[in-house]
Ligand binder design. Structure first.
Ligand code: PGA
Length: 246
């Protein structure tokens, strides 16, 4: 079945109000490519000014807390990022799984919180280099899918991002065949979990996507878009990635 491609940027802990000028050309590129969904996940402090500056662009958060409110100093809820102008959030990025010790159950609860507030969830999964070299990549990733997929997951509000940890920010990428095999395995696991709805969820590839490799990666079977870190920080690099999705 045909799924619209989604190209999502992830600025991580980078950027500033001044850097939001980059969104102007990104929004323009999105407007001229109605067949591709374009989104940018930003540090929480930049969500409101970005949503104001680029109202046509889908602006999102990089994480939310699973609870709606309460005694969680330093955390931000789905309702809060929504009020700031976010339409989605990434959850379970490998940097948070590693740095903050987030578990599959945490990630699932965060995705469900997003759904409660009408926001889209991009649920991240991916194996480490040791896991790949030991031949366990598919087992690790499909187990993450089983543990992290929110209840009632639907293509209307949930996407998956497959990001091999060893490909993030390293300039290394898996081969097209390896990406096809993993995305196929993820799709098969989703079918096992949610039946026919599995064909409506988008599965993005992430990890060192650049203008040079985007066309190849974005046209691998079962790749429905990209989650882009470093190359999303400037329009000069992100716009060609968006263009490659067509
Ligand atoms: P990268 O990051 O494109 O800089 O490798 C991707 C990500 O972590 O989402």
């Amino acid at each position: 079945m045909a799924r619209r491609k989604l190209v999502a940027g992830n600025w991580k802990m980078n950027g500033s109000r001044a850097a939001l000028t980059e969104l102007d050309a990104i929004a323009q590129a999105a407007a001229t490519r109605p067949g591709v969904d374009v989104a940018v996940a930003l540090p929480a402090t930049l969500i409101a000014p970005a949503a104001e500056r680029a109202p046509a662009l889908s602006i999102g958060a990089e994480d939310v807390h699973a609870a709606d409110h309460g005694a969680h100093t330093g955390c931000i809820s789905a309702a809060m990022v929504k009020e700031a102008g976010a339409r989605f959030s990434i959850v379970g990025h490998s940097e948070r799984r590693a740095d903050q010790g987030e578990t599959d159950a945490d990630v699932k609860a965060k995705a469900e919180a997003l759904h409660r507030h009408g926001l889209h969830a991009i649920v991240c999964v991916g194996e480490t280099l040791d896991e790949r070299e030991a031949g366990h990549a598919e087992a690790v990733v499909t187990a993450q899918i089983a543990g992290s997929l929110p209840d009632g997951a639907s293509g209307d509000w949930c996407s998956i991002a497959y990001e091999p940890v060893w490909a993030i920010g390293t300039g290394r990428t898996p081969t097209a065949d390896d990406v096809a095999a993993m995305h196929g395995a993820i799709r098969a696991k989703l079918r096992e979990l949610i039946g026919g709805e599995a064909d409506r969820l988008r599965i993005l590839y992430g990890g060192s996507v650049t203008p040079d490799n985007a066309r190849e990666l974005l046209h691998v079977a079962d790749v429905d878009g990209a989650l882009v870190g470093g190359a999303s920080l400037t329009a000069a690099k992100f716009v060609p990635v968006i263009a490659a999705a067509r």
